[in-house]
Design a protein around this ligand. Structure first.
Ligand code: BDR
Ligand code: CA
Length: 303
């Protein structure tokens, strides 16, 4: 087991969400990672629901020691759009999760992030797997704190087609202004977009394997996976479900699992039909210098 001294300090920023719940669980399970806290944002469901869901997952895992801090209840400049057709009205439908057994931190996500980063002896890796509101707000409000951020391993965007619109992936669509702040920050960024997460698949056989573990956690995640898979069967005609958010966690714990290539990436905020597009400069001749490692492939069996 990796010793405490060599563990990578991370903060997970999420909107649980079925794949967010798996990302939380993976982050807490991996010995390489030291989860300093979880921040929440509205996205898959309202902020109240995503925060409650994060606390319910921690109650399930017996990890109520992990601090949770909630962000603002709206994106930076737009009204919140949620995805009940994907994740159900609660944001985490389909399984029997316990009620929260801890409370969110009173100071909220912005101050929690600032204070936790400032107090960390070594720079912290941020893992945002929802709309980028909290991270955009942090960088806008406290730009000097960037020196305490080792890098950002995010789930969002796509080099190819979007999923919420033809142009946009959901997380970037919900708060493109925040995403633009993050992508223009100059910080080391790995973007796990749909190009790679649609190769990080699980489905009904994996749900059966989770059930076979025979624990309550295994049964809950089997049920969550079956619920999440049902949407993908109806929408895409496939019983293979992308476990988007866990990819951004897995990449930090296991470098080499994901294959990346460097590109310049920026975010469209105003396009009539392209709002939320991550514009990846793949022209093959010099433009703006590359600023993002774009994930393109994954060792699925290892994942
Ligand atoms: C992203 O949107 C949400 O539905 C998922 O949790 C993931 O973060 C995929 O587009
Ligand atoms: Ca998410």
């Amino acid at each position: 087991m990796t010793s405490t001294r060599t563990r990578i300090p991370v903060i997970l920023d999420c909107d649980p969400g079925h794949d967010d719940a798996l990302a939380i669980t993976l982050a807490l399970a991996r010995p390489e990672l030291d989860v300093l806290g979880i921040t929440t944002i509205g996205g898959n469901s309202t902020l109240a629901n995503t925060t409650r869901n994060a606390l319910r997952v921690l109650a399930l895992l017996g990890r109520t020691d992990v601090p949770v801090a909630a962000g603002p209840d709206q994106p930076l400049v737009r009204p919140l759009e949620t995805a009940p057709e994907v994740h159900g009205v609660s944001g985490l439908d389909g399984a029997d999760l316990p009620e929260p057994a801890s409370e969110p931190r009173p100071e909220g996500a912005l101050e929690f992030l600032r204070a936790t980063l400032a107090a960390s002896p070594s720079p912290v890796t941020l893992i945002p797997v929802g709309p980028l509101t909290n991270i955009g707000l942090l960088l806008r409000t406290y730009p000097a704190i960037a020196e305490k951020i080792a890098g950002i391993s995010l789930m969002g965007g796509a080099m190819g087609a979007g999923n919420w619109t033809p142009a946009a992936e959901f997380n970037i669509w919900v708060d493109p202004e925040a995403a633009r702040i993050v992508f223009r920050s100059g910080l080391p960024i790995t973007m796990h977009g749909l190009d790679v997460t649609h190769k990080a698949l699980m489905g009904l056989p994996e749900a059966d394997r989770l059930d076979a573990v025979g624990t309550r956690v295994g049964h809950v995640f089997a049920d969550l996976l079956r619920f999440f898979t049902r949407f993908h069967v109806e929408k895409y005609g496939t019983d293979q479900t992308p476990i988007h958010d866990a990819v951004a966690v897995a990449h930090v714990a296991l470098p080499g699992l994901v294959t990346t290539r460097r590109y310049h990436v920026d975010v469209e905020t105003n396009g009539d039909i392209t709002r939320g597009r991550t514009v990846v400069d793949d022209r093959g001749h010099p433009g703006e210098p590359p600023n993002v490692d774009v994930a393109l492939d994954i060792d699925r069996a290892a994942f």
